[in-house]
Design a binder for this molecule. Structure first.
Ligand code: IMP
Length: 423
């Protein structure tokens, strides 16, 4: 088994959970490396539907170790409630290991996320309001609280007091809200810390030991390339690196150890939150895709914006992640659309742009150039062999392969574990 990464190639919500679930069965360890409970993965096993936010999908396989790496930000209340949710459904969490270096989302991070979005008003990011941005802000400002700090209440108290010397000034003087109290935070977190303590460890060692035993690690991406703080549609991004590079810094593995980087791309594109979206369909077809594809956020329930597949975005994802394979999800949702469109380039001020611009100031003014492809009418959700797909569906897949120069090795045709074609 190899060390394999699964990355969202678009704006998140590409269906990484079900691809991870399919591929994780070949790995011995499954690891998260970035983001927090802003993510939402739906995994369907038989008649059971699991909505996971922080716990790696490998938890559904009893023999696998599941790691939450140092690059993740953790809300202890959210994590414990997710652990209890899976435990109540007969899934053990004994195999869950949490990096001692992962940063903790504190109640004041949730408060600051909300206050800052309100302050921004019409310029808001449209965050998930889970405190993600403020937790990463504290991390880089070197006043964050790490999981290891939870292990000793006196240390936790000292670090919280140091942090709140600053944060309470921000809360009261800038936002005009009420200060938060160290005692209340400690009281409210104590039972959750008690439950998490035995899971906190050095997760980089588990990865190393796994590799030394000749076994592979599966790195489960959250969010997507266009939500990356560096390679995404800044400032409408999350505050971490969900791209492949984030795996090394977010879990403690060296780059040469990575064997495969699988990009998950939806057969059309969706986005939640604010920000420009060149191929957005603000029409009946957009609503059709949203309803048929159940395009509502797993974490926030917000309706997702829908649009045509975007070739320059696809190539950007391939480039910045070094994608070696593509998993194309939700192809079944496009059945019944007469004519499909794929954006191949953009027009900007009379010029043709083949590449997705990194200058985000011009994204809102891009005019997509489309290639039209004939659709297919058949329900393809029960097809299991590539050759059995309607010719136009194959043409659509192959067009995407030609656009990016990377093979589509998995095609998702529905939410169930077996509803896919592996090529
Ligand atoms: P934050 O991560 O909560 O700060 O939100 C920043 C932006 O990322 C917002 O546009 C969110 O909607 C988006 N976002 C964060 N996590 C996800 C995800 O898992 N799927 C899709 N969008 C996400």
């Amino acid at each position: 088994m190899k060390n394999m990464i699964v990355i969202g190639a678009q704006w998140g919500d590409e269906g990484k959970g079900r691809i991870t679930d399919m591929l994780a069965k070949t790995a011995d360890v499954v690891a998260r490396f970035s983001g927090g409970n802003n993510a939402g993965h739906t995994v369907i096993v038989g008649k059971e539907r699991f909505e996971l936010h922080l716990i790696p999908s490998g938890i559904l396989y009893s023999e696998k170790k599941n790691l939450i790496g140092n690059g993740v930000v953790i809300n202890p209340i959210a994590l414990v409630s997710e652990m209890e949710m899976v435990e109540n459904r007969g899934v053990s969490t004994d195999n869950l290991f949490i990096s001692e270096n992962a940063h903790v989302i504190m109640p004041y991070h949730l408060l600051l996320d909300q206050l800052e979005e309100e302050r921004k008003g019409p310029n808001k990011i449209g965050t998930t309001k889970k405190g993600i941005g403020p937790a990463y802000t504290d991390k880089v400002a070197r006043r964050g609280i790490r999981m290891s700090d939870l292990l000793d209440e006196e240390i936790l108290r000292k670090k919280l007091m140091l942090n709140l010397d600053f944060t309470n000034l921000l809360i009261t003087k800038i936002y005009g809200a009420d200060p938060v109290s160290v005692d209340e935070i400690i009281e409210s977190y104590r039972p959750y810390i008690a439950k998490l303590t035995k899971h906190i460890t050095n997760t980089a060692i588990i990865i190393d030991e796994c590799n030394k035993a000749g076994k592979g690690v599966f790195f489960e991406g959250a969010q997507g390339t266009l939500l990356d703080i560096d390679y995404g549609t800044y400032p409408y991004v999350t505050s971490s690196n969900p791209t492949a590079g984030g795996v090394c810094t977010g879990s403690g593995i060296g780059p040469v150890k990575i064997d495969e980087v699988i990009g998950v791309a939806k057969a059309y594109i969706t986005r939640v939150g604010e920000g420009p979206f060149p191929t957005e369909l603000n029409n009946e077809l957009g609503s059709f895709l949203r309803e048929k594809g159940h395009e509502y956020g797993v974490t926030t329930g917000r309706p997702r914006r829908c649009g045509w597949f975007d070739g320059p975005i696809h190539r950007h994802g391939i480039r910045v992640n070094g994608l070696t394979q593509i998993a194309l999800t939700k192809l079944d949702i496009l059945s019944g659309v007469d004519t499909l469109k794929i954006c191949t380039a953009y027009k900007y001020k009379g010029e043709i742009l083949k590449d997705f611009p990194m200058n985000q100031n011009i994204i809102g003014d891009l005019e997509p150039i489309y290639e039209e492809l004939p659709g297919w009418k058949e329900d393809i959700s029960e097809i299991r062999a590539y050759a059995d797909l309607p010719e136009n569906a194959r043409r659509y897949v192959e067009f995407i392969e030609e656009l990016g120069g990377v093979k589509v090795s998995i095609i998702g045709l529905g939410p169930e574990r077996d509803q896919a074609i592996c090529r």
